[in-house]
Design a protein around this ligand. Structure first.
Ligand code: UDP
Length: 421
């Protein structure tokens, strides 16, 4: 059975038929994705599935990874942080390494990128490749996965000179987009329903987390999964739990985050969280390894309600993951949480611990509401935030770039000409 069939079980056959229809004009076309790592991080996770899905649709898709020395990654880490708002100076020496590394990679990828019909360049690391392909025949698209809403100006100005000549750019949310002299597309991220983080679990695997983390299956449980970061407001979650617990004494809270890393701020926030918990045996602070996908999946499934009380948030994939498991989410009224939590329908938006506590009590007192909102949440994710939608939008973008200057685009198989090369 094909990978597409696996997704058809989840999305329905018509979604897959639509993908096939959109992909038809690109049969045999060459598409190349370029990023900076094959494993680790959201971009690699998406490409791991996106590339085989495009191949199955008959598109000759490949995935190239830019390689460089440590100074290159030091520079691009700085670019990432400055695009997200940190005011850090990046030295000319590092910028020279960035340009030289892109020049070297352009040589090693010359054939595949010159021949490609569409090139998706992910994030800043490989952004400077384009200038080395003056005779390219394909359309080049810069795909920004970063919250670039308030970039440090000097670094954005520097990067912009490489990005401006692209045929199009993609940002995840309107708020993240920058002004550029080409079409901008807004394509939100997605989750993969077949990944370990989201796949259906057998009852045994779900039961297992109760024992493993000493949780009581008979008592209500609320969960926030997040790095220990002040923007995720874990201390606010504890306050909301305390306020709700006055009325629901059996309430349990799990705060699941990554195990202590070399991020000094992470350990400070973790100590603040531990202090706020004051040894309450019903507050479970879990430090999970970065590959604990099945555990997080199970924790999300055993919880009655999921919190994401962020005070700033990019998209909030934890929200998508929770909603996919048919859980109502009480989330901060910020960033991408607003795209997902439709207040009073798929969950509640709350700005304060008091507001969150009120919603926790409301929902725990009405199990029917939890089910009703949870089911709406799952349908909302199915229709908007699965990888199949992400793929559909990439294909739609390719159609738009291919036929963009024409007055009429007919998206039916019989009317589409085979891809012109
Ligand atoms: N995550 C995880 N372990 C943790 C905390 C988070 O695996 O201890 C995952 C979480 O399930 C989600 C991603 O990391 O897939 C976090 O993405 P999100 O957009 O919610 O927040 P970010 O950390 O990117 O700000």
């Amino acid at each position: 059975m094909s990978l597409l069939d696996d997704y058809a079980h989840i999305t329905g056959d018509d979604v897959i038929a639509h993908l096939r229809q959109l992909a038809a004009p690109f049969s045999g076309a060459k598409v190349v994705h370029v990023n900076s790592t094959r494993v680790g991080g959201g971009v690699a996770e998406i490409l791991t599935k996106m590339v085989p899905l495009m191949q199955e649709l008959g598109i000759d898709t490949s995935w190239e990874v830019i390689t460089g020395e440590s100074q290159f990654f030091e520079c691009t880490k700085g670019m990432h942080n400055t695009l997200q708002g940190n005011q850090i100076h990046i030295s000319d020496t590092l910028l020279k390494v960035y340009e030289q590394t892109n020049a070297n990679n352009a040589e090693s990828m010359r054939e595949v990128l010159t021949e490609a019909d569409f090139v998706f360049i992910h994030d800043p690391q490989p952004a400077a490749l384009l200038q080395h392909f003056p005779n390219r025949k394909g359309k080049w698209i810069w795909r920004c996965h970063i919250d670039a809403s308030h970039p440090y100006r000097p670094v954005w100005k520097y990067l912009r000179q490489f990005i401006a000549p692209y045929n199009a750019s993609i940002f995840s949310l309107a708020a993240f987009a920058r002004e550029l002299p080409h079409p901008i597309y807004l394509i939100p991220p997605s989750i993969d329903p077949l990944s370990d983080k989201n796949i259906e679990l057998k009852p045994g695997a779900i039961q297992h987390v109760y024992e493993r983390y000493s949780l009581d299956p008979e008592r209500p449980l609320i969960l926030q999964v997040s790095r220990f970061d002040r923007f995720k407001d874990p201390v606010g979650v504890i306050e909301a739990y305390r306020l709700a617990k006055k009325y629901i004494p059996s309430l349990q809270l799990v705060l699941a985050g990554g195990e202590a890393t070399d991020d000094p701020e992470g350990s400070i926030v973790l100590s603040e969280v531990q202090e706020a918990a004051q040894g309450d045996p019903d507050i479970h602070i879990l430090l999970l390894p970065s590959d604990a996908h099945l555990e997080i999946n199970a924790l999300q499934r055993v919880s009655n309600i999921i919190l994401q009380k962020s005070i700033r948030e990019g998209f909030g994939l934890t929200v998508t993951e929770a909603m996919w498991k048919a859980k109502p989410v009480i989330g901060g009224d910020v960033g991408g949480i607003r795209l997902q939590v439709i207040d009073h329908h798929t969950g509640f938006l709350a700005n304060t611990p008091e507001g969150a506590a009120l919603r926790i009590r409301y929902l725990l007192n009405q199990p029917d509401k939890i089910n009703e909102m949870g089911n709406k949440a799952r349908i909302f994710v199915r229709d908007n935030f699965l990888i199949t939608r992400h793929l559909r939008e990439y294909l739609t973008l390719m159609v738009a770039l291919l036929y963009g200057s024409q007055d009429r685009i007919e998206l039916s198989r019989s009317n589409l000409q085979p891809h012109q090369r």
